[in-house]
Design a binder for this molecule. Sequence first.
Ligand SMILES: [Zn+2]
Length: 330
Amino acid sequence: MAFIYRGQMNHENVFDMSTQLSILQLMDMFPDDETAERWFVSKRWPDGVCCPHCQSKNVQEKTTHPRMPFRCRTCRKFFSVKSNCFMENSKIGYRAWALAIYLMISHVKGVSSLQLHKELGVAQETAWFMEHRIRNAWDADSIKFSGEVEVDECFIGGLERNKHANKRLRQGGGTAGKFVVVGVYDRDSRMVAAKVVEDTKSTTLQKFVTEHTTREAIVNTDEARAYWGLPRRRKVVDHQAKQYSIPETGATTNRIESFWAIIKRAYKGTYHWMSGKHLQRYVDEFVWRANNRELDAEDRMAQTVRDGVGKRLRYKDLIAEADKRLLCRA
Ligand SMILES: [Zn+2]
């Protein structure tokens, strides 16, 4: 059998985003808060304003209410385009929200709350909360793939000694203190799904794979024993033998590994620390950007608005049980 040996992984740019919007184009799109608000309204309700409480389209516009420009004639409630979505009760202006979304959809490695705080001129804690609200809007629906997929796991986290006692994982070896993320890349749709899991035990990883693939799927993995006995047709590459792809069978996990490479670069270069409590939301951020990379930039912004409907995230829920000191470093 002819194997391809490579000293260094050649990560294909499979997750590059299609088009970008320049800062100048963004300034033209959002010259002031009123224009930005109209943009949010047109993207959330392309077929006309609809009451977020009762879905009625019988809506009075331009009310005299200071923050709620719409009033539903059916249920009589006032609302704004921020009602019942990721921007619920936010005092941050529409232009700043548009800029935050723009920065997050534009940077493949994400934007830190420190950076956003500087760009928007808001407190870092506010920037941090805005980013988590957007990540929460990007919370992915569970997908089930039926074609040929690549499955792999990745370890995220810093040195054990730098962590709080309650954040330490009691594991040995090179993965001590790290969090495990398992992911699947579907070659047909070119989409990804990924989840933070407890450990790398066979039952844990196989549960993820069976939840995200149908019986017909063909699953590419590395040689890890955890995948032995997986109830799916399987192709294996032996990374320990420096085997990365087998041309005869098409066996490789290169693409899901490219996805991990983005998260790892972001962890080192952008976030430096991702709290275990919020790690799934960070993972959702990378999954969302990967799965929407073929949309053009304004469509990615509009998709964020649509995905954010009904996704309220309250500050007190976000910080509950969390260690704020550590979180603010993100
Ligand atoms: Zn209503």
